[in-house]
Design a protein around this ligand. Structure first.
Ligand code: PLP
Length: 441
C-alpha cells in the first residue's frame, strides 16, 4: 500500500469521531488535543500524562444546560468522575454545582470554588458525623440521605449546630439499567438508597422535626447507561411518590435525577447533543405536574471523552504466539479495563505505515490484570512510540493509586492553543512523606 493510501485509510477508518477532542489536524501530523500536539506535551511534561480538553468539558456542560433550559434546573457535576481542582473551577465558573460523596470532595469544592458551596449536594451511603457537620456549617444545598438511620443522625447534628438541614431522600426506584453489574445501583438488592415504598412514611415522620427541611427527592440508578428509557422509568416512580406526598402537605422543591448518562467507548455514531436531548425529554416527560427545580448529576458524560492517557511504549515483546506492547502507564494509572473489563480505544500519536498486528497492551505492574487491551488490532508500534488511551477523562486519574510505588501521572488541561499543567507528576518524596520508619523495634 502506498503511504498516501495508507494515510487515507487511517484517517477514514480509524479516524477518531468528532465526539472526541483528539485528532490529526493534517496527514502525518501528530495527534492533537485541540490545537496542541501530544508529542509536544509528552516532551514538556513527560509520560504517562493525562491530557484533558477544557473546551470539550465546557461544551458538554453547555449541552446539558441547554437541554434543560426550559425549566429551573441545576447541573451538579459528580466530582468523583474527575476531581481535579482546575476542572471543578472551570465547571463552577460556568454555573455548575457539584455532587459530592465524601468530606474530601467537599474540601476540593471549597478549595476550587468556595462560591459554589451553595450548589453542592452530598450523596453517599456512609456519611460520618464530622463530614455532616462540615457540610452543614459550609452551607451546602442539600444532603441526599440514603437511610433512616442517616436521617436521624443528620437531625441530631443539625440540632447540635442549630442549623436546619435540607435533605432529599435518595430513593431506590427498583429500575433495571443495563450496564456493568459493578456500576448498576438502582435495584432493591443494591446497597444504595431507600426503598421507594418506605419514602412516604419517612417524609411524614421527618415533617415533625424542626431541624429537618424536606427539600427534595433524589435517585441515581447507575452509571454508563446509554438508553434514556430507565431514566424515564425512574422519574415516573418518583413522580408517583410526589403525588402521594402532596395530599399530606409535603411539597418537595427539587427532584434530583442523578447521573449515569453514558458515552460510547467504542466510538461509532454517537451524537452527544442528541443523547442529552433524548435524556432530557425522557426525564422531563416523566415529571409532568412537577414545577420545582430539577437537579442533574452527570459525571462521566461531561469529562470522559475530554481526556486521554498519553503513554510511551517501553517494549514490544513476543511470548510464543502473543505480542505484548508494554507501556509506561499501568493499571494504577487507569484501572477501568481491569476493574470493569472496560474498553478504551488506543491510537498512535504518530501512526506508522505497515500492517496492523493483534497485541495485548499491558503495563509494567506485577499483576496479570494489568492490561489496557487484549487481542486488539493495533497499527504497528515500536519502543519509544507514543500512544493514547482515549475516553480516559472520567474514573481515570480519579481512581488511580500508587500501587507498585508508582508515582501518579501529571495532568494537563488544554484550552485552545494553551496547555496548562494542573497537577504535577508525583515524586518519590510525595509518596514517602506520610510514612514513619520505625527504627528501634
Ligand atoms: C457516581 C455518581 C454520579 C455520576 O455518575 P456518572 O455515571 O459518572 O454520570 C452521580 N450521582 C451519584 C449519587 C453517584 O454516585
Amino acid at each position: 500500500m502506498s503511504a498516501t493510501s495508507y494515510w487515507k485509510l487511517i484517517l477514514t477508518t480509524i479516524s477518531i469521531p468528532s465526539t472526541r477532542p483528539f485528532h490529526h489536524p493534517q496527514r502525518h501530523s501528530a495527534l492533537h488535543c485541540g490545537k496542541v500536539s501530544l508529542e509536544t506535551l509528552a516532551k514538556r511534561f513527560g509520560t504517562p500524562l493525562y491530557v484533558y480538553s477544557a473546551d470539550q468539558i465546557a461544551e458538554r456542560l453547555r449541552l446539558f444546560q441547554q437541554a434543560f433550559a426550559g425549566r429551573d434546573h441545576l447541573v451538579c457535576y459528580a466530582v468523583k468522575a474527575n476531581s481535579a481542582l482546575a476542572i471543578l473551577k472551570l465547571l463552577a465558573d460556568r454555573g455548575a454545582g457539584f455532587d459530592i460523596v465524601s468530606g474530601g470532595e467537599l474540601e476540593r469544592v471549597l478549595a476550587a470554588a468556595p462560591e459554589a458551596v451553595g450548589r453542592v449536594v452530598f450523596s453517599g451511603v456512609g456519611k460520618t458525623a464530622a463530614e455532616i457537620d462540615r457540610a452543614l456549617t459550609a452551607g451546602i444545598l442539600a444532603f441526599n440521605v440514603e437511610s433512616e438511620a442517616e436521617l436521624e443522625m443528620l437531625a441530631a447534628r443539625a440540632r447540635r449546630l442549630k442549623q436546619k438541614a435540607r435533605f432529599a431522600l435518595r430513593v431506590n426506584p427498583d429500575v433495571f439499567a443495563e450496564t456493568h453489574p459493578y456500576i448498576s445501583t438502582g435495584l432493591r438488592e443494591h446497597k444504595f438508597g431507600i426503598d421507594i415504598r418506605q419514602a412516604l412514611r419517612i417524609y411524614q415522620s421527618a415533617a415533625g422535626n424542626r431541624w429537618l427541611d424536606a427539600h427534595g427527592v433524589s435517585v441515581h440508578i447507575g452509571s454508563q447507561i446509554r438508553s434514556a428509557v430507565p431514566f424515564g422509568a425512574a422519574m415516573e416512580r418518583v413522580n408517583k411518590l410526589l403525588k402521594q406526598l402532596r395530599p399530606v402537605g409535603i411539597e418537595l422543591k427539587t427532584v434530583d435525577a442523578g447521573g449515569g448518562l453514558g458515552i460510547d467507548y467504542h466510538g461509532g455514531s454517537f451524537d452527544p447533543a442528541a443523547r442529552v436531548h433524548e435524556y432530557a425529554t425522557a426525564v422531563q416527560g416523566a415529571l409532568q405536574g412537577f414545577e420545582g427545580r430539577l437537579l442533574l448529576e452527570p459525571g462521566r458524560f461531561l469529562v470522559a471523552q475530554a481526556g486521554a492517557l498519553l503513554t510511551r511504549v517501553l517494549q514490544v515483546k513476543r511470548n510464543g504466539k502473543k505480542t505484548f506492547v508494554v507501556t509506561d502507564a499501568a493499571m494504577n494509572d487507569l484501572i477501568r479495563p481491569a476493574l470493569y473489563q472496560a474498553h478504551h480505544e488506543i491510537v498512535s500519536v504518530k501512526p506508522r505505515a505497515g500492517r496492523g498486528r493483534v497485541v495485548d497492551v499491558v503495563g509494567p505492574v506485577c499483576e496479570s490484570g494489568d492490561f489496557f487491551a487484549r487481542d486488539r488490532k493495533l497499527a504497528p508500534v515500536e519502543p519509544g512510540d507514543l500512544i493514547a488511551l482515549l475516553d480516559a477523562g472520567a474514573y481515570g486519574m480519579a481512581q488511580s493509586s500508587n500501587y507498585n510505588t508508582r508515582m501518579r501521572p501529571a495532568e494537563v488541561l488544554v484550552e485552545g492553543a494553551k496547555a496548562r499543567l494542573i497537577r504535577r507528576r508525583e515524586t518519590i518524596a510525595d509518596l514517602l512523606a506520610p510514612e514513619v520508619l520505625v527504627k528501634d523495634n
